[in-house]
Ligand binder design. Structure first.
Ligand code: CUA
Length: 214
């Protein structure tokens, strides 16, 4: 995988100008039609019903835009999706109505969400973290806006992705798929710690797990 924010930025830098040009053309055409071809006394409507050349140009232009957007989107997605190499940490994510569970197999620790109190996902900054994500009930979506990354959690299916949180930060995560009454409360907190502080945290979790296995 590569920097999710960079990939997102590249795709956005392509979509936004195209969207602005299309918006300008559509509103421009409507305004032109209103001003220039409005009804006036003594003027009859044009009897022309077809404009094959102009229409062919529209079709080709639209097809070209679609081809560029689709190929560029998949090209960037192909840079984000691959899962390879050895991660520094593996976290099993389980979504359920309406909270998140983060399990750390290597630390023998599992953190359950409690309603109103978001689960905290602690990760080492700058290291590759591998996530396995699933759901216990309906479709949820793991979304961390700060790293521009979103992945759906499906029941009876596990998907895997790698993420790197490139700096130490505390960030908010959300469920991005409508999943019932408390969907909007289904947040979590991401805490990316510098590697030495993460190692200290992991050591504390290991000894806590030794005292009371979860
Ligand atoms: Cu879970 Cu929305």
């Amino acid at each position: 995988m590569s920097d999710t924010r960079l990939q997102f930025h590249d795709v956005q830098a392509l979509y936004v100008p195209i969207a602005l040009v299309v918006t300008a053309l559509v509103y421009g055409a409507v305004l032109l039609a209103i001003v220039r071809y409005r009804q006036r006394p003594g003027r009859t409507p044009s009897s022309r019903s077809e404009a094959p050349v102009m229409e062919s140009i529209y079709v080709l232009a639209i097809a070209a835009v679609v081809v560029v957007l689709v190929t560029q989107t998949f090209r960037h997605e192909d840079k984000v999706d691959p899962v390879k190499g050895r991660p520094a940490l593996t976290v099993d994510v389980t979504a359920a109505k309406w909270n998140w569970t983060f399990a750390y197999p290597a630390l023998h620790r599992t953190f359950h969400g409690v309603n109103e109190r978001p689960t905290v996902l602690v990760v080492p900054a700058g290291r590759k973290v591998r996530f396995h994500i699933t759901s216990l009930d309906v479709i949820h979506s793991f979304w961390v806006p700060d790293v521009r990354f979103k992945r759906d959690a499906f029941p009876r299916r596990t998907s895997t992705f790698d993420l790197v949180f490139d700096r130490d930060m505390v960030s908010r995560g959300e469920c991005a798929e409508y999943c019932g009454l408390k969907h909007s409360d289904m947040g979590f907190v991401v805490q990316a710690l510098p590697p030495d502080r993460f190692a200290a945290w992991a050591a504390r979790q290991r000894s806590a797990a030794a005292r009371s296995p979860s």
